[in-house]
Design a protein. Structure first.
Length: 330
């Protein structure tokens, strides 16, 4: 009897430890650790909304996904993190369509200067058939999926020399991202462009390697470019946006239910950041004036007409038909 009792106790103990081991293994398998990367500062809405989204996905999936957000180029420059989606070094990123266009050129048509009238036109485009077709083209080519679009701001020019017209940019040494469409307006106006990495722009302006750059007012403020520039010129040449992109490898693994959670959360985060950017942008002209910078309005029609005359859509592998359809979006 005693032997049977001992045997029973051993069997129960073995079963309990096996169950505990199985639970631990299942729990380990159930939680996926993901990396979300971007190049923006921790103070910017793109980062704070990403951190919120990471926590919200964790909550809505009952802890099955733990997402760590890496800001400020910690996992590489913008080109690196885009490549990282394919290499498996990152799972999610926030990045512009200009970089998506390196995989699928037509999606970059939104960077042709003066494509969008304003932020509302851009946001209407993200709900249009032309956006859906371009996003699908990018996914078919790269394998990666665009979850959401965030308004980034209207790109303007900051400079150490006054600019009142397109011709005033002739010979200007200006930093522009190494993306063809960004180069279109400065080059059409005769500027000399330099493709300095985003993280190195402040130093390049400070030491005179370049005398100008272009970015939204919110970025000029966040990166403190106003400390090393004398003029803000409201060229408004690109109404910019960022995509929240999930790697093809991760997207394939997600259940339909999890895909919906990732999409819903990314879109809610994008809406939060967009609202914050719009609010911040509205205050910044006065902020720069208070900092002693000269803020200049220019005739945008002159800039746009110069670009249209000198820069073909085909030279970027864009389709003018896509641009025309975007112009028609209300």
């Amino acid at each position: 009897m005693e032997e049977i009792h001992v045997l029973k106790k051993l069997t129960i103990a073995f079963a309990a430890s096996a169950a505990a081991l199985l639970a631990a293994t299942t729990s380990g398998m159930a939680q996926s650790k993901l990396k979300w990367a971007h190049v923006y500062e921790t103070s910017e809405p793109f980062h704070t909304a990403s951190v919120w989204a990471a926590g919200e996905i964790n909550k809505r999936t009952n802890g099955r996904y733990q997402i760590d957000v890496y800001p400020a180029s910690q996992l590489g420059k913008e080109t690196d993190i885009n490549q990282g989606l394919s290499l498996g070094s990152v799972d999610m990123i926030i990045s512009g369509s200009s970089f998506a266009a390196k995989s699928y050129p037509p999606i970059g048509v939104t960077y042709y200067p003066y494509t969008f009238r304003d932020a509302d036109h851009l946001l209407a485009y993200t709900k249009s058939d032309v956006f859906k077709e371009l996003a699908k083209g990018y996914e078919d080519k790269s394998g990666h999926h665009i979850l959401a679009v965030t308004y980034y701001g209207v790109r303007h020019t900051s400079s150490n020399k006054p600019i009142k017209s397109c011709t005033d940019m002739k010979g200007l040494k200006i930093r522009v991202p190494d993306v063809p469409a960004y180069l279109a307006m400065p080059r059409a106006c005769g500027a000399n462009t330099a493709p300095i990495a985003f993280a190195e722009v402040y130093l390049a302006l400070q030491n005179g390697t370049v005398e100008a750059q272009e970015n939204p007012l919110t970025t000029i403020e966040a990166k403190k470019f106003y400390e090393v520039q004398k003029h803000v010129v409201l060229t408004g040449h690109i109404v910019d946006h960022l995509n929240t992109v999930v790697s093809g490898a991760l997207w394939k693994k997600l259940s339909e239910e999890d895909r919906k959670i990732f999409t819903d959360v990314a879109q809610e985060a994008a809406a939060k950041a967009t609202a914050e950017i719009k609010t911040n942008e509205a205050k910044l002209v006065d902020f720069f004036k208070q900092k002693g910078l000269t803020v200049t309005e220019v005739n945008k029609d002159e800039f746009r007409d110069t670009v249209l005359k000198t820069t073909s859509f085909e030279s970027f592998d864009y389709r003018k038909s896509d641009w025309d359809r975007i112009q028609a979006v209300k």
